[in-house]
Design a protein around this ligand. Structure first.
Ligand SMILES: N[C@@H](CCC(=O)N[C@@H](CS)C(=O)NCC(=O)O)C(=O)O
Length: 209
């Protein structure tokens, strides 16, 4: 969500939610019972919008700013939504499984589930490798919705399950994402929270300073 807001230059006030704090969790659940971040609260329109993809579409409609994040062409828009779903469900999803398993007590771990998640990532990497042959961004011609989903997902999956050798289109796409100023800014702002990431010892040095 932050990447999209930075791309557009949308003014907003950021509120950090400490998910380890019961009071903060209750406040978040009052806004959105599933208790997931991010949630956008638009006081002007009296609207509460959860889920990153929906937030980005809402901002695109009501506060479009300088940078459109959806292609004009309806078929390309569908592709943008598809690749947003792929990154959210089939890259970010397995990532969360692997990360959550690592912070569980030893006797609550699920090695079979983690192995499935790693296999799912390998499948997703191969799909992205094929998709990105000859492409610059995930859908359409410009940076957009699906790239906003891809950047944080691939940043963290690349750490827990490195891209396999020979996935040169995926690797080049990853470098384009990391070079995007909105993405670089979000990663720099995430740096103070890196120690909370259970694989933080594997974060490449170039992202640490
Ligand atoms: N599909 C959702 C995923 C949101 C999500 O999973 N957020 C995580 C942080 S990355 C969260 O709030 N976790 C807290 C929890 O599950 O208790 C989106 O894109 O907004």
């Amino acid at each position: 969500m932050l990447i999209a807001l930075y791309e557009k230059g949308t003014p907003f006030e950021a509120r950090t939610v400490d998910l380890g704090d019961a009071g903060a969790r209750a406040g978040l659940a009052a806004l959105w019972p599933l208790g997931k971040i991010p949630v956008l609260r638009d006081e002007e329109r009296g609207a509460t919008i959860p889920e990153t993809s929906i937030i980005i579409e809402y901002v695109e409609r009501h506060y479009p700013g300088a940078a459109p994040l959806f292609p004009e062409d309806p078929d390309a828009r569908l592709e943008a939504r598809l690749w947003d779903r792929i990154y959210d469900q089939y890259v970010q999803g397995p990532l969360q499984k692997i990360v959550i398993d690592r912070i569980r007590p030893e006797d609550g771990r699920d090695p079979a589930g983690v192995a499935e998640a790693r296999a799912a990532l390998a499948t997703a990497y191969a799909m992205i490798e094929r998709r990105m042959a000859g492409r610059t961004w995930a859908a359409g011609e410009a940076f957009g919705l699906a790239d906003c989903a891809a950047a944080p997902a691939l940043f963290y999956t690349g750490i827990v399950e490195p891209f396999p050798p020979g996935h040169s289109n995926l690797a080049a796409y990853f470098e384009r994402l990391m070079a995007r100023p909105s993405v670089a800014r979000v990663i720099a702002e995430a740096r103070p929270y890196f120690p909370m990431f259970p694989f933080n010892e594997a974060i490449p040095a170039r992202f640490l300073a």
